[in-house]
Design a protein around this ligand. Sequence first.
Ligand code: GDP
Length: 527
Amino acid sequence: MKQTLKEEVASRRTFAIISHPDAGKTTITEQLLLFGGAIRQAGTVKGKKSGKFAKSDWMEIEKQRGISVTSSVMQFDYSGKRINILDTPGHEDFSEDTYRTLMAVDSAVMVIDSAKGIEPQTKKLFKVCRMRGIPIFTFINKLDRDGREPLDLIDELEEVLEIDAYPMNWPIGMGKGLLGLYDLYNNRVEVHRPEINGLNGESYAPLDEDGEIIGDHPLKQYSLYTQALEDAQLLSEAGNEFSREKIQAGELTPVFFGSALTNFGVQTFLDTYLEFAPGPSAHETKNEEQISPSEEKFSGFVFKIQANMDPAHRDRIAFVRICSGKFERGIDVTLARTSKKMRLSNSTQFMAETRETVEHAVAGDIIGLYDTGNFQIGDTIYENNLKIEFEDLPQFTPELFMKVSAKNVMKQKSFHKGVQQLVQEGAIQLYKTYHTEDYIIGAVGQLQFEVFQHRMLGEYNSEIIMSPMGHKIARWIDVDDLDENMSSSRNILAKDRFGNPLFLFENEFAMRWFSDKYPDVELKTLL
Ligand code: GDP
């Protein structure tokens, strides 16, 4: 039976996994893809550790370093839903793309290492999700290892991230002593290693109305079981109340414990996630209109541009989040920024193992469009006379800075052209020192500099010199407050590409010193 557009859109679940490197993002992604039948064996998503390259590592620089520079998209069907997972690169490959990916999803899954708790990168990415008000689902991973006390982890989560948490299940033991998950939501115990711990090898043990396992069950002899029962009781009396509305508003995060590596608790997580995660929602335009995802006419925005996928062809791929209607290959659209009309005939879809031409996609899906330089990050495209422009994507406060200049002074022209274009594209942010107008580039991750250098040479034939300035804290000030005497070597005065003044502080200490000295000057961040 053919689905209506509304039904098709309603089946979409588009999310990103946020985590600190090594928390288990890749492992859990693989388990999810296995459930959906999108891959056949674990270890396919990231070949970094085995020396094999995943298919998503297109760029030359990616090959050299064995990493995935830019977020890729994985799609699979499961339980009547079409799921799109957007990868958010971490480690040294952390970049503004990682943040921007979060602009294209409807919910996020936060993976936490149970031995480590909340780590810096998780915190940064979480903030962006929070700013968007999207639902955040938490998976506390590596339960098969000895980690921190569950109550302690929940406390930290609530305190550091300032969000209410609601445990959906509770560990019975951990590490070698892991016996199961007391599944409060599904009213059962999920048994770890049921061949040893289960009754007749059963994976699930149902609970009675008092929350006790029904009947005579081997788990009941363990004090860890009684302990989990007590903890759970305590939580239901003293913890947060469950609220679907709060989850959907991103104010309450449901917390799941489990182990991605041993595939324990992952399917329960996925099933429950699908019950609560929202489908595509309306997107706001610059005129403060809302575009409903089931609006018949196609629209979408570019949230990422990946360049040089094939060094021989210099092609780029613009990643588009579809916000309304449906995409059919060959569709005619208008690029809002320039009013240019174009036909979208060359499009791809992304899978963990293959890239294939996409013929049909609807709101919630992500498509990749081959681009010869038409698109910029944040661009809106729409069908016919829809005539809309989505809100600008936010800019993120860079943390790393480099002075940059052309190696060959005779080649200033290509240097400037390259810098302008790459800045416009959103690959890097540009600043100038206040008077001398020296170029300073800023990034949220080290890899952005390497990609920048690589592309300047490859695409603009411009060899550059970069001198690291290291970590700086960038803070903008109002023009009215500007007094150039406030500048020093520990707080460098600069301007952004729109001419707005900012200071680059050496560290927190320098910033505090400044604020003490100039209490009336307000210091502002981007995001
Ligand atoms: P990513 O950097 O977040 O993508 O993390 P990976 O998925 O690559 O995992 C990092 C390391 O942790 C790998 O060695 C994984 O095998 C391991 N790992 C992931 N999940 C688990 C888990 O549930 N239990 C244990 N013991 N190790 C895990």
